[in-house]
Design a protein around this ligand. Sequence first.
Ligand SMILES: Cc1ncc(COP(=O)(O)O)c(C=O)c1O
Length: 448
Amino acid sequence: MATDFSAAIETRSAQGIAAAISRMVTAGEIAIGDKLPTVRALAKELDVSPTTVNEAWRALAAAGVIEPKGRNGTHVRAAPTPGATQRYRKVTEGPGHFQLDLSTGTPDPALLPDLGPILTKVPRSDLTSSYLDEPVLPALREQLLATWPFEPGALTVVDGAMDALDRVTREVVRLGDRVIVEHPTFPPIIDLLEQLGAEVIGVDVDDQGLNVDQFAAAMTLNPAMALIQPRAHNPTGNALSPRRARTLAKLVANTKCIVVEDDHCADVASSPLVSLGKWLPEQVVHVRSFSKSHGPDLRLAAIGGSCDVVDSVCAHRLIGPGWSSRILQSMLGALLTSPTSIKQVANARETYEYRRTLFSSSLEEHGVTVGGRDGINTWVPVADENSAVVALAAQGIGVAPGAPFQVRSDRSYLRVTSGLLTTDTQINEVALAVASSAVAPSWGARRR
Ligand SMILES: Cc1ncc(COP(=O)(O)O)c(C=O)c1O
């Protein structure tokens, strides 16, 4: 390379060298894939000790700017793609308005608890909180701790599960790190990891959770993080069994891998909550969202677990928004204790269970077998997902194509939010339409 490092690097400390190289990469003065000089050669050129250059190289590698390739030297890594949200868009950008939109993965608004009576229960003190108050309302903290699946080293509240995953991932994952996710999984999770320049490793998920052999193989690659949904898995509806959780925990123990559990359906999930935190409290960060159970617009999720990670999230957040609205926290606290709201949420949980189960058995009657035992979605194998999406759209039914959920190419699927189907008649009619679209493209064009 003809780059003049000695002119570009003014400050000859390890930090100065690392910062100058980063600037050169950002400015395109060193291209992605370029080989950098050896430690010895650069030390000589800059008139510093090899230890100083080594330290700079270590910092750059940790930040993911460079990649040591053994005997082949050290190379500049590809930068992550900013704004990579393609998968999420593919789910949400359907062909238009539907009579019945089952593509959304969102809760049924009619099943959310009433907020009206709760608003009056927000105490004045919670409406006038200052910058210096506790970030989590003490009463809410108590409620969360009392129901947390293990004793968390630290706990806080943020603006929903996706906010939690974003904040936690940014603390744990560096450019080039490997991250285990379920295959398939929620598309924004893959978008987020790709945006951060992580290498995504997809592990199949069955009705007990992650596939053990694939997970064990992935663990040999020293992943920085494993991001799993312990129940109501989106899109498959699977749930982690206690036995599988214990096996996975054994594979994670004594490694540097942080396990992030995204309990996004939480109080409306029908499976019991299973957490690896029972065995690995310091390696697990558990996320509980209240969006599906109490309302997406409350924008609240709790994060509890590994002190290192949760404290770092809190410290970084102090520089930004600092805390989640205590007015909303106060409303959530009231929703979690009001007997009426508790009953409404229990009703929602049972109703989703009923709708999903009836939809599955109706599909089965029409020749389509689906898995899943929890949550608001059904993952339907089809012959050709694009044709099936179009055929159902022609009947006024919106469904999501499977591709954005898949880490690697697999067979065709549809994700149908069966939790939005309201009556038995509707469930049976939609099951027939979906089953028809699943079999072969030409069968799907039945008009309603
Ligand atoms: C698996 C998964 N994680 C996170 C979220 C986002 O949750 P929240 O609305 O709390 O950000 C969803 C929403 O559907 C989800 O399915």
